[in-house]
Design a protein around this ligand. Structure first.
Ligand code: PA5
Ligand code: MN
Length: 187
């Protein structure tokens, strides 16, 4: 099924998508077990605290070759120990698939890990455009005090592989060290 894109509107100030067929998922602190370094700090926070939500517009079935999906991720400001509120992070199930991110509001970091487990980050602020290469795990962190809002566009057959990140993690964590975001290698 295809749906006319003109029926949807994306706010260029907030990233909010409005229109038919737009879906939304939320991730709370309670959903983020095992993601942060400091599990004790995470468990001490109110489980219902919203970390991020993702709106998606998927005009074709997930897994279809040749289609595109659109989404906005809203990451709230907050900390778990010295780590910023962030997304779970994933590889694409089909590793050869890439993705675009465009920041519309807030301040953050796109954390990228290649197949050799080299991890880097790109600072995000309104207007920054980020290309997530194929074979690259990705996660976004809110390093500011306001909501970080990021538009994304990715192939409909990319899929999300969360298991490998849940199992092996990223090779480095973005931590607030003396007030600045610093990637610290995992021991
Ligand atoms: O497709 C993407 O890369 C994004 O829409 C992410 O799914 C979104 O940022 C949420 O992150 P995650 O899927 O790692 O929870
Ligand atoms: Mn992705």
């Amino acid at each position: 099924m295809t749906e006319a894109s003109a029926q949807r509107k994306v706010s260029l100030s907030s990233g909010e998508i409005v229109g038919p067929g737009v879906q939304c998922i939320s991730r709370t602190i309670g959903n983020m077990k095992g993601i942060y370094r400091d599990e004790q700090s995470r468990a001490s926070l109110v489980p219902e605290t919203l970390v991020y939500r993702v709106q998606t517009f998927c005009p074709v079935e997930e897994g279809n070759e040749g289609g595109l999906f659109w989404g906005t991720t809203f990451v709230n400001p907050g900390m778990v120990g010295d780590e910023y509120f962030m997304t779970k992070g994933h590889h694409h199930a089909k590793r050869s698939r890439s993705e675009f991110y465009l920041t519309v509001a807030g301040a953050g970091a796109l954390i990228l890990m290649d197949e050799s487990r080299n991890t880097v980050f790109e600072p995000m602020s309104a207007g920054t455009l980020h290309y997530v290469s194929a074979y690259t795990a990705h996660r976004i962190a809110n390093t500011g005090n306001a909501v970080l809002s990021v538009l994304a566009c990715w192939p409909s057959d990319a899929g999300h592989d969360y298991d490998s990140i849940a199992r092996d993690g990223f090779s480095a964590r973005l931590r607030n060290i003396n007030g600045s975001p610093v990637l610290v290698a995992e021991p």
